[in-house]
Design a protein around this ligand. Structure first.
Ligand SMILES: Cc1ncc(COP(=O)(O)O)c(C=O)c1O
Length: 458
């Protein structure tokens, strides 16, 4: 794999060595909008949505849906693009749900996940008509039963029908990825374990509910996986369970979701990960499993996040300080770092980068690219071979579209970066850079609250 393969589909380097994205020259974008700058290529975003849909249409004979996993990155512009592309949306918080609603997304196409949804978040989802609540645990099942029951009272009833839910199951399947990215193991905070009859108990409770309608089963094994086998094993585990529960309790599986988690290469040495290979494997496993377990084909819902937005995004940084420690290493500091991309520090992810204004210059040195924040762990790329970078040069890090901005922080009171979308030679600012005023906007000097009791009286 060449470094160029990691960039968006519209990217190219001109004969002078300048990087172009969506018909815009990267250094011009940097001058116009400042750095660190996150640039998304709209063509790549749409292409990846369409590849998922086309692959499902080609390989899965039943009904299907691609529901983008918001946690990978969300903003109003993206929600609108997803609606235009006909995708569903998976949200995990009141915040993500709020954003979807603000953007006018059809909330019936939203699935609400999360292992500790609050009553307020669930009420919000019920009031707004969210399509599916993915029930994660027994506490939530009971809470939802109560909330749906309250709404079923004639004076509060909105729709007069039962609330459609899925159960999230934990099949104890190991995804070969970073420990922090595994979610389908038995020892996990997510979902009802298939083992020990816990999933069966939940299913019986859901089936017995007068206010809930159990329509689907879900699992999510984790993220950044390159092998299809764990996903097909998960589909088989869920279908075997559905078959058994059908025979024992009359359960009818209408919807099946093996979650998301398909990986993307971040570095030339990473294996390729074709969307089509993953979709084909999961589709085939579902069809074959349904035959094996005597089930009609359910609606198949995939929840990709990273593999849609990751390769569409580029992080642009300006080079600042260089520091060479003879015999040890050369540090090149850029104007971002762990505040906008925590992934190298958190997961040890290996990234690569391109000198965006001197891409054709010969590789002259091996450097370590670090951020500007007050942690020694604030590094972005260790030991990368690059042309000699001087202060003011521009560095472009590809595959920056997923799990950077939503994990970004104000550490050291950094300002969260601006986000620009490019298409056909035009750039539009979809999220402005934070300002110093934003940093103090939440601070308040409220008057002292009057003490309502004295300690002596307790
Ligand atoms: C329930 C669920 N679905 C989908 C995803 C998306 O995963 P990815 O971005 O790896 O495709 C996640 C990520 O953690 C998830 O928790």
């Amino acid at each position: 794999m060449m470094i160029g393969d990691l960039f968006p589909i519209t990217a190219h380097v001109d004969p002078e060595g300048y990087l172009w994205l969506g018909g815009c020259r990267a250094d011009v974008l940097a001058r116009e909008f400042g750095t660190p700058l996150y640039v998304f290529d709209e063509a790549t975003l749409r292409e990846r949505c369409r590849r998922y849909k086309a692959a499902l249409a080609a390989h899965y004979p039943g009904p299907s849906q691609v529901a983008y996993a918001s946690k990978a990155y969300l903003c109003l512009a993206l929600v609108r693009l997803l609606a235009e592309e006909g995708l569903g949306l998976d949200v995990v918080s009141g915040g993500e749900l709020y954003l979807a609603r603000q953007a006018g997304f059809p909330l019936a196409a939203v699935h609400f996940h999360g292992n500790n949804k609050s009553a307020a978040e669930l009420e919000m989802a019920l009031d707004w008509g969210v399509g599916r609540i993915v029930v994660d645990n027994a506490h939530e099942l009971a809470l939802l039963e109560r909330l749906a029951g309250e709404r079923a009272r004639p004076e509060r009833s909105r729709r007069g029908r039962r609330l459609a839910i899925w159960l999230r199951l934990s099949p104890d399947i190991d995804l070969h990825t970073h420990t922090y990215n595994k979610t389908g193991l038995a020892d996990s905070k997510f979902g009802f374990p298939l083992a020990e009859g816990l999933a069966e108990q939940a299913l019986q409770a859901a089936l017995a509910s007068p206010h809930l309608e159990l329509v689907g089963l879900h699992t999510h094994l984790g993220s950044q996986a390159f092998e299809t086998e764990p996903f097909t094993a998960a589909v088989e585990a869920l279908l075997a369970f559905a078959g058994e529960m059908g025979r024992k309790h009359g359960f009818r599986l209408q919807e099946l979701s093996p979650g998301g988690g398909w990986g993307v290469p971040y570095h030339q040495d990473d294996p390729p990960a074709q969307i089509e290979e993953y979709v084909r494997a999961v589709s085939l496993a579902t069809v074959e499993g349904c035959v094996r377990h005597g089930l009609p084909l359910p609606r198949l819902i995939l929840e990709p996040g990273r593999s849609i937005v990751g390769p569409a995004g580029i992080a642009l940084y300006t080079v600042g300080v260089r520091k060479t420690i003879p015999g040890v290493r050369t540090y090149v500091s850029v104007d971002g770092g762990m505040a906008d991309n925590i992934r190298p520090a958190l997961y040890g992810v290996r990234y690569t980068a391109l000198a965006a204004t001197k891409a054709h210059q010969p590789v002259e040195e091996v450097v370590t690219v670090v951020g500007k924040y007050c942690e020694s762990g604030d590094w972005l790329i260790r030991d990368i071979r690059l042309p000699k970078l001087e202060p003011g040069d521009l560095l472009a890090m590809p595959v920056a579209g997923a799990y950077h901005l939503p994990m970004a922080s104000n550490y050291n009171l950094a300002l969260r970066p601006a986000v620009v979308w490019v298409k056909d030679g035009r750039a539009r600012l979809v999220q402005r850079r934070e300002s110093y005023e934003d940093l103090v906007a939440r601070d308040a000097m409220s008057p002292l609250l009057e003490q309502t009791y004295t300690f002596g009286s307790i």
